[in-house]
Design a protein around this ligand. Structure first.
Ligand code: BV8
Length: 253
């Protein structure tokens, strides 16, 4: 949708009156930055079995293999930039009295785009965590032993949430609270398959939020969304930000 396309009245009304906006993102928001998604065409899970790379058991079994896979993903990050979808979400943050970005992504691109009011449900591969004492350190260039060790002697692992691991309590509590109170909820670039993140838009909708989904492909959320924008986020989210700015400033910019 561009500035000239007609937005549904329900969306305009919700965007104009909204006090609490929540945006949930998944790997799809980073696709236009050049980072592959997990599922779907050429997805990471097509070439890598998540059970061999994204579980505590996999790390236990072969720490070097898991560490190298994350190092391979980390090495891509300095080569990519936030895309217009990330930038538009960072802009939305300043257009509502209350706003929370809840991301499942671990690539740090939202922060690089300027988002500040965000929680990372699945951690961040820019950080390491000691598998023994849980101390957190910034990830640096790979040197020496693989995986490197913490000062306590424990093996370092990426500070991400693997399958079968609990999500960070504070981040999840903030995400639940914001989703249940949201007037307007955007689910952007997520297949809506991974729990408990996938339950957040459902909770928002059940509590009266106007639910917008942005995804070129249909997902389990589509049939309950008030508005489904079947477009890439890098196109849809700047149009959303433009329309919200127009509606809430009461003048064309
Ligand atoms: C937990 C690691 C409990 C980090 C990841 C209830 C029911 C069923 C299963 C479960 C359940 N509860 C728990 C489970 C098990 C499991 C789960 O959900 N399994 C699923 C797969 C069935 N959940 C867990 O294990 C979670 N832990 O619940 O623990 C617990 C409690 C107490 C104590 C102990 C344990 C942990 C979940 C986190 C797992 N970690 N990754 C990393 O390496 O990155 S999950 C992985 O999937 C990523 O983190 C990713 O963020 C996440 C979700 O994927 P998406 O982001 O949606 O990406 P995907 O590729 O799937 O989709 C991309 C979409 O973008 C597509 O739809 C595509 O069409 C779209 N797209 C593409 N291009 C664009 C676009 N959209 C817009 N614009 C574009 N340009």
């Amino acid at each position: 949708m561009s500035g000239t396309t007609r937005w549904p009245d329900g969306f305009s009304e919700a965007a104009r009156r909204c006090r609490r906006c929540v945006v949930l993102t998944g790997a799809g928001i980073s696709a236009e930055s050049g980072l592959v998604t997990f599922r779907g065409m050429q997805g990471l899970w097509e070439d890598f079995n998540p059970l061999d790379y994204a579980t505590p058991e996999a790390f236990e079994r072969d720490p070097a293999k898991v560490w190298n896979w994350y190092q391979w993903r980390r090495d891509k990050l300095p080569l990519v930039e936030p895309n217009p979808g990330h930038l538009a979400i960072a802009e939305l943050e300043g257009l509502f009295p209350e706003f929370l970005l809840v991301t499942q992504n671990v690539d740090g691109l939202h922060q690089r785009a300027g988002s500040r009011r965000l929680v990372e449900l699945h951690g961040n591969i820019g950080r390491n965590k000691c598998s023994l004492c849980s101390a957190l350190t910034q990830a640096g260039p790979a040197t020496g032993e693989v995986p490197p060790r913490c000062g306590c002697g424990g093996l370092l692992r990426p500070d991400v949430v693997w399958f079968g691991e609990a999500l960070p309590q504070e981040a999840m509590a903030s995400a639940w609270e914001a989703s249940r109170a949201a007037d307007l909820f955007f689910s952007v670039g997520t297949s809506g398959l991974v729990q408990p993140a996938a339950s957040l838009p459902v909770a928002a909708k059940q509590n009266g939020a106007y639910l917008v989904e942005v995804n070129p492909e249909p997902t389990p959320l589509a049939q309950m969304s008030d508005l489904a924008l079947a477009e890439p986020a890098g196109q849809a989210m700047p149009a959303v930000a433009w329309e919200v700015r127009r509606l809430r400033n009461g003048k064309l910019l």
